[in-house]
Design a protein around this ligand. Structure first.
Ligand SMILES: *Cc1c(COP(=O)(O)O)cnc(C)c1O
Length: 652
C-alpha cells in the first residue's frame, strides 16, 4: 500500500487546523471553548457589577430549577444521541458531497461569538462583527484579484449570505440594477448628463460607465437647490425597475425585451431559482453547451452574435469556477474576451463567476502581497494542475464583475456562510434600500461607514454576526494565499490526482469484471467514476449496477453508521444536456450502446459515482494509509459481490 505520492509529504502546518478525524485536537478546542466562555461571563459581570445577581445563588436548590435542568439534560441527551446518525463529514472515509471537517479557528470563533449574538443587519446591532464582515469581503476580494484597498475609490465590496444560492441571487439583482439605471435616467429626462441616445444603448452601457454616470448624477444633484434636487431624485426613482417592477419597466421601454441570463449546462440550480425569484422567469435562462463539462466559448460567441443582431438584451453571463457535479472550471478568460467582442457590436452584460465551490482554490494562485503566481510556480507542486486553461481562468477573475464564493464549502466553515463579492463597490448604492443613500467619503473610513447598515444592501435582513467572526478569524489564521490557505486546498488537489491515478489502475484491475472510466478529466478536486459490468451494453443495467454501488455508500438511517465503509455521492449524465458526441464518447468508453438510452427513466441518463476529495487526511503519510486506495479496494469488493447478483450478464 506504500504508494503515497512523494509530492504530498505530511504538512505539520495543518496539524492544528481541525478537530481531526479522531478528535485528535479535542484538548485544543476544549481549552478555547472554556477560556472564551469564561471570558464572556466576565464580560457580563463587568457590565454593571453594582447590579445584584437577578437569579439568586440559592436558585439551583429549588425543585423547579432542578426539574428544568433535568428536562434540558434529557432533551440534550436525546439530541446528542440522535445526532450520532449524522453524516461523518469529518472522516477521510467521507468523499460524498461538498463538506468536510471544520477549521478549528473558525469553529472556535463562531462558538465564542454566539453568546454575544450579534446581528449583522446593522452596526447598531453588531458594532464589531459588521466591520468583520466587510473585512471578510476584502479578504476574499484580494484572493480573487479584485482591488481590496478601501482607500481606493474603486475598491471591491463583499458581504456574507446564507449560502451560494443567495449570493448568486444578489449578483442578478446587482446586474439588473446596473443595466437598468441608465434607462431610468433617460426616462426621467435628466438634463446635462450626456445620456445614451436610446434605450438599447442605455441598457448596454458597460458597468464602469454606469458607475461613472451614477456619480455624475449624484454630483449634478448635489449642485441643485435642495427642493429641486429632491424632485429630480424622485423622478428618477419613479422610473427605476426596482420601483416599477419588470413588467411595467419593460413594457414602458418597448425596444427592450426581457434580458437573457447565459450559463453553462453545468450551472447550479440556484440560477433557475434566482431567475424565478427575480421575476425574470426561468425562460430567460439560456443554458450554453459545454465541452468536457466546461463552457464552450465558441457557442457563447454564437449566442452573443445572435443577441447583438436581434437586439436581445443579455443581463449576465455566468462562468462556473468548479462545477457542482464535476469540479470543472469554465474558461472565465474566454467569457471576458467574448464580452469585449460583443461590446464592439453594441451588446454588453455583467460577467459573474459562480465560484461557490472553487473560489477558495484561488488561494493557490496568490502570493502574500496579493500578486498572481506564475503558472510554472503552481504547476511545480502538482502532477497536472493547473491546466493552462484553468490557470487562465483564475488569472482572469479580476476582470469579472462579481463572484460567489461559499466559505461553508471549500472554506471549511460551518453552514450558513456564503459570500457575494463585487469588483467595484460604487455599484452597491444602486441596491440600497432606501435608495437615497448619499456618501461623499472616498477613504477607508468612509468605506466602512457607508456599509454600516449592511441590511440595506443585502437580500437578507437579520443575520448572524458570529458567521462573520468565524470567517474573519479563519482567514486571519490561514491567510488566503498559497503559503497558508493554499497549503490546505493543495491537499485536495493532490488527493484528486492520486484518485485519478488510482482510477486508472482500478480500470485495469477490473478488466473482465467491469468497465471503468473517468468521464471527464478533473480540473480540480472532484472526480467522477462511471462503471459498467463487463459484457453489458444496456444503460439500464449499468444504472442498476451504479445505483447498487451507491446504495452501499450513502446514509441509511436503519443501519448503524459503522457498517458503512465509505460515503460517496452520485450524479447523472443527461444526453439532452451533454450532446450526442459527448454522450457517444462516454457510453462507448464503457461499452454501452447508444440505442439503449431510453426516452424515459430509468435509462434516459447515465448514473455515475461522484467523489468530492476535500478531506485533508485522505493521504495519511504518517500512518502510510491512503484512504483512496482503501476506497478502490472497497469498490472492488462491492463490484465482485454485485456481479454475482447480476441476473442477465454472463461472467466473461
Ligand atoms: C453549492 C453551489 C451553489 C449553491 O450554494 P449553497 O451554498 O448551497 O446555496 C451554487 N453554485 C455552485 C457552483 C455550487 O457548487
Amino acid at each position: 500500500m506504500a504508494r503515497l505520492p512523494m509530492s504530498a509529504p505530511r504538512d505539520h502546518f495543518l496539524d492544528a487546523c481541525f478537530l481531526g478525524p479522531y478528535g485528535e485536537n479535542d484538548t485544543l478546542l476544549e481549552k478555547f471553548l472554556v477560556e472564551f466562555l469564561r471570558d464572556h461571563v466576565y464580560w457580563r459581570r463587568n457590565f454593571h457589577p453594582e447590579d445584584p445577581p437577578a437569579i439568586s445563588t440559592a436558585a439551583t436548590h429549588h425543585p423547579d430549577y432542578r426539574a428544568f435542568e433535568a428536562r434540558t439534560r434529557r432533551e440534550l441527551h436525546q439530541l446528542s444521541a440522535a445526532l450520532k446518525k449524522s453524516v461523518p463529514f469529518h472522516s477521510p472515509r467521507y468523499v460524498g458531497h461538498m463538506a468536510s471537517d471544520l477549521l478549528l479557528p473558525g469553529l472556535a470563533a463562531q462558538m465564542l461569538a454566539l453568546p454575544y449574538n450579534p446581528n449583522n443587519v446593522c452596526e447598531e446591532a453588531a458594532p464589531v462583527t459588521v466591520e468583520l464582515e466587510l473585512k471578510v469581503g476584502l479578504q476574499l476580494a484580494r484572493m480573487l484579484g479584485y482591488p481590496d484597498d478601501p482607500g481606493r475609490p474603486d475598491c471591491a465590496f463583499g458581504h456574507l449570505t446564507s449560502g451560494g444560492t443567495l449570493a448568486n441571487y444578489q449578483a442578478l439583482r446587482l446586474a439588473l440594477a446596473l443595466k437598468s439605471f441608465p434607462v431610468a435616467l433617460r426616462a426621467a429626462r435628466v438634463p446635462e448628463l450626456d445620456l445614451p441616445e436610446d434605450d438599447w444603448q442605455a441598457f448596454n452601457l458597460p458597468a464602469q460607465q454606469v458607475i461613472a454616470l451614477r456619480e455624475r448624477w449624484q454630483c449634478w444633484l448635489d449642485d441643485q437647490a435642495p427642493g429641486i434636487a429632491e424632485d429630480w431624485r424622485l423622478r428618477v426613482e419613479a422610473e427605476r425597475v426596482e420601483r416599477r417592477g419588470l413588467a411595467a419597466f419593460f413594457s414602458a421601454h418597448g425596444a427592450l425585451r426581457a434580458p437573457l441570463v447565459l450559463a453553462p449546462i453545468t450551472a447550479h440550480y440556484s440560477w433557475s431559482k434566482g431567475l424565478k425569484l427575480l421575476g425574470l422567469g426561468r425562460d430567460q435562462l439560456r443554458l450554453l453547451p459545454v465541452r468536457g463539462m466546461r463552457l464552450d466559448g465558441d457557442a457563447l460567441h454564437e449566442v452573443l452574435a445572435r443577441c447583438a443582431e436581434q437586439h436581445r438584451p443579455v443581463l449576465m453571463c455566468v462562468a462556473v469556477l468548479g462545477s457542482t457535479e464535476y469540479g470543472t472550471i469554465d474558461p472565465v478568460h474566454e467569457v471576458v474576451a467574448a464580452r469585449l467582442q460583443a461590446r464592439t457590436e453594441g451588446l454588453d452584460f455583467s460577467v459573474h463567476v459562480d465560484a461557490a465551490w472553487g473560489g477558495y482554490l484561488a488561494a493557490l494562485f496568490r502570493n502574500a502581497d496579493g500578486s498572481l503566481r506564475t503558472h510554472s510556480e503552481i504547476a511545480a507542486e502538482f502532477e497536472h494542475f493547473p491546466s493552462p486553461e484553468v490557470y487562465a481562468a483564475f488569472a482572469a477573475l479580476g476582470e469579472t464583475d462579481s463572484i460567489t464564493v461559499d466559505p461553508h464549502k471549500l472554506g471549511y466553515l460551518p453552514y450558513g456562510i456564503g459570500a457575494f463579492v463585487c469588483r467595484d463597490h460604487r455599484a452597491m448604492p444602486l441596491l440600497a434600500e432606501p435608495a437615497d443613500y448619499v456618501f461623499d467619503e472616498q477613504d477607508a473610513e468612509g468605506y466602512m461607514a457607508r456599509y454600516r447598515d449592511l441590511g440595506q444592501f443585502t437580500p437578507e435582513g437579520s443575520k448572524p454576526g458570529a458567521n462573520a467572526a468565524a470567517a474573519y478569524v479563519a482567514h486571519r489564521v490561514l491567510p488566503l494565499e498559497h503559503q497558508h490557505f493554499g497549503r490546505l486546498v493543495s491537499t485536495t488537489i493532490h488527493a484528486a490526482e492520486a484518485f485519478r491515478n488510482a482510477a486508472r489502475r482500478f480500470a485495469i484491475d477490473m478488466e473482465g469484471l467491469a468497465r471503468v472510466a473517468v468521464p471527464f478529466e478533473p480540473d480540480s478536486n472532484l472526480v467522477g467514476l462511471a462503471l459498467n459490468p463487463w459484457g453489458n451494453t444496456e444503460v439500464s443495467q449499468a444504472n442498476w449496477f451504479v445505483r447498487a454501488l451507491h446504495d452501499m455508500q450513502r446514509c441509511d438511517l436503519s443501519r448503524p453508521l459503522q457498517t458503512r465503509d465509505f460515503f460517496g455521492s452520485k450524479t447523472s449524465l443527461q444526453p439532452a444536456l451533454l450532446g450526442a458526441a459527448e454522450t457517444q464518447r462516454v457510453l462507448s468508453s464503457l461499452g454501452l450502446c447508444m440505442a439503449s438510452l431510453g426516452e424515459n427513466a430509468p435509462a434516459d441518463r447515465l448514473l455515475i459515482l461522484r467523489h468530492t476529495l476535500m478531506n485533508p487526511y485522505l493521504l495519511d503519510s504518517e500512518n502510510d494509509v491512503s484512504y483512496i486506495d482503501r476506497y478502490f479496494q472497497f469498490l472492488k469488493e462491492q463490484v465482485l459481490a454485485l456481479r454475482a447478483k447480476l441476473p442477465s450478464v454472463d461472467a466473461a
